[in-house]
Ligand binder design. Structure first.
Ligand code: AMP
Ligand code: GLY
Length: 421
């Protein structure tokens, strides 16, 4: 089979690494790809911009299209490939609104009877501030649209919350994504990401994962796209996971189906495990990044078959096996991430690090003149699997020590602090 993968981050590298292990794969194309993906797939950066991707894929005889990031899903890329008769792993435009609009997600959760933080949406500054006055710190202010994981502000006092609202609505700090703000009840507890394969009706959950969103050790600093992750997260046992499937994922898929929206792809619930049960913080309509870089090394099945079965509505009959080992991934990020990452720096030590029983997934890299250069905020993910989180952590940080680029930063506490073991 010939596969086409859309995207060029650590998530897509991890997916391609696993897809490539399937005996059914002859060739993988990736648009746009990155410096690491280029070792496993033919990267076609130019096709990302010329608007002729669907026609190209049809002519090329691509058998399955896999769409990684949220932006093309929200823009309706899955619909376009499907209309051309190609099987697609990735949700349609309407389903992607579950991630693309926080107010739509709240509406679906309410229709589905799914537990989530109480919230209200505003486009008017005065009305938003008046509502804020009825609450108490800490305040949660979110840009309604897509903001690459950075549009959520947890404000410790009223003034900071008011400023966050004004930044969104008046100064348009997040552009159009912040035309509407959502003010939400603050929830305390352990955060867990539950990702599941969905084929329209059948749901098969992956092991729960935990992501580290803040940039610094001890959860200091601003939110990022994610600085590391581990799986399986021990906070949600088998019964707890089954409860999330029946109490959250299934009702959500059904509420969408009642609106004529067939959900095929990955459904990702960002959960807070509160004293009164699991509540949804957000839905994503795709694989998590960096959760995928921790999950894929645990996946023991044929990913091509699983993805194709989702596209074709026959997931119920397909095996989705997982290792019971512990997996961990650490993100190596650029100087200045997340606000203003500095790129174009040479990376060394990758070959030596790869000898350390780890897998290195590239997120923001490009090959130029035989050199591997940084090209984004998140640059690399170093992942390892072992019998315990402590062992996996040791392997990862041993390898990290060998990798170098100017300004490189990473969290040194992934899998510790009462998280992991
Ligand atoms: P989101 O992009 O909605 O997942 O939010 C990013 C991060 O902000 C989450 O991973 C949480 O750590 C935090 N967060 C979001 N909503 C809430 C909430 N209602 N209460 C507490 N923390 C939250
Ligand atoms: N790791 C968070 C996300 O993928 O949105």
């Amino acid at each position: 089979m010939q596969l086409l993968v859309i995207g060029g981050g650590g998530r897509e590298h991890a997916l391609i690494w696993k897809l490539k292990q399937s005996p059914r794969v002859e060739k993988i194309y990736c648009v746009p790809g990155n410096g690491g993906i280029a070792e496993l797939a033919e990267c076609l950066p130019a096709l990302a911009v010329d608007g002729a991707l669907v026609g190209w894929a049809v002519r090329q005889g691509v058998d399955l299209v896999i769409i990684g990031p949220e932006a093309p899903l929200v823009a309706g890329m899955a619909d376009e490939f499907e209309a051309a008769g190609l099987p697609v792993f990735g949700v349609c435009r309407e389903a992607a609104r579950l991630e693309g609009s926080k107010s739509f997600a709240k509406e679906i959760m309410s229709a589905a009877g799914v537990s989530t933080a109480a919230a209200r949406a505003f486009t008017d500054l005065d009305e938003a501030v008046a509502y804020l006055e009825t609450g108490a710190a800490p305040y949660v202010v979110k840009a309604d649209g897509l903001a690459a994981g950075k549009g959520v502000i947890i404000a410790e006092d009223f003034e900071a919350a008011r400023r966050a609202i004004s930044d969104c609505l008046v100064d348009r700090r997040f552009g159009d994504a912040g035309r509407q703000v959502v003010i939400e009840e603050f929830l305390a507890g352990q955060e867990v990401s539950v990702l599941a394969f969905v084929d329209g009706k059948t749901i098969k959950a992956m092991p729960p994962a935990q992501d580290y969103k803040r940039v610094g050790d001890g959860d200091a600093g601003p939110n990022t796209g994610g600085m590391g992750a581990f799986a399986p997260a021990p906070f949600l046992d088998e019964d707890g996971l089954a409860g999330v499937v029946t109490g959250i994922l299934e009702p959500t898929i059904k509420a969408l189906a009642r609106r004529g929206i067939i959900y095929k792809g990955v459904l990702y619930a960002g959960l807070m495990l509160t004293e009164t049960g699991a509540k949804v913080l957000e839905f994503n309509t795709r694989f998590g990044d960096p959760e995928t870089e921790a999950l894929m090394p645990l996946f023991d099945g044929d990913l091509v078959e699983v993805m194709l079965s989702c596209a074709q509505g026959r997931l119920a009959g397909v095996d989705v096996p997982w290792s019971t080992a512990k997996s961990l991934t650490v993100v190596l990020a650029s100087e200045g991430y997340p606000e203003s990452p500095v790129t174009g720096r040479e990376i060394t030590g990758l070959v030596e690090a790869a000898k350390k029983d780890v897998v290195i997934f590239h997120a923001g890299t490009r090959l130029e003149g035989g050199k591997m250069l940084t090209s984004g905020g998140r640059v690399l993910n170093v992942s390892a699997v072992a019998g315990s989180f402590a062992e996996a952590r040791e392997k990862v940080y041993e390898a990290v020590k060998l990798i170098k680029f100017e300004g490189m930063r990473y969290r040194s506490d992934i899998g510790i602090m009462g998280r992991g073991d």
